[in-house]
Design a protein around this ligand. Sequence first.
Ligand code: DQA
Length: 138
Amino acid sequence: MKKLIIINGPNLNLLGKREPNIYGSLTFNEFFKTVREKYPQVSLEHFQSNVEGELINKLHETGFSYDGIILNAAAYTHTSIGIGDAVKAIETPVVEVHISNTFDREEFRHKSFVSPNAKGVIIGFGLQSYELAIQSFL
Ligand code: DQA
C-alpha cells in the first residue's frame, strides 16, 4: 500500500472560511474524508501547521520512509529557504500543490522555493490539485 502524506502550511486550517472566493467553501477535513474514501488503496495522512519549523520537522520525519509527499507550503512557498532546503534534503518525492493559480495573483506569489526540488507542481485546480497530486503517485 502506498504511503502518502499531505502537508499543509499556514492558514490552510481556515479552508472553508478563508477567502472562499479564492479557496472555496469546503473545509479541508470534508475534502480529505471524501478523497480518502475515493482512494482506499492508499494510506493517506494529513498534517497542517502554521509554524515553519514544524513543517520542516514533518518533512524530515516522513521524507525517508513515505512513498510521496504532497506539499502546499502556502505563504512559506514564497519565503522559506528552510522549507526549500528540506525538500532538497529528503529522499521522498514531493509534489508541490496550490489551490489557487498563484501566477494569476500578486507578483510575490510567482516565486517558489519549493518548485526547484519538487518532482512536479500542480497549481490552480482548487482542492482538486491535491487529488491530481495523489493520482500522480499511483
Ligand atoms: C496557496 C497560495 C499561496 O500564495 C498562499 O499564500 C496560500 C495558499 C494556494 O494553495 O493557493 O496560503 O498556497
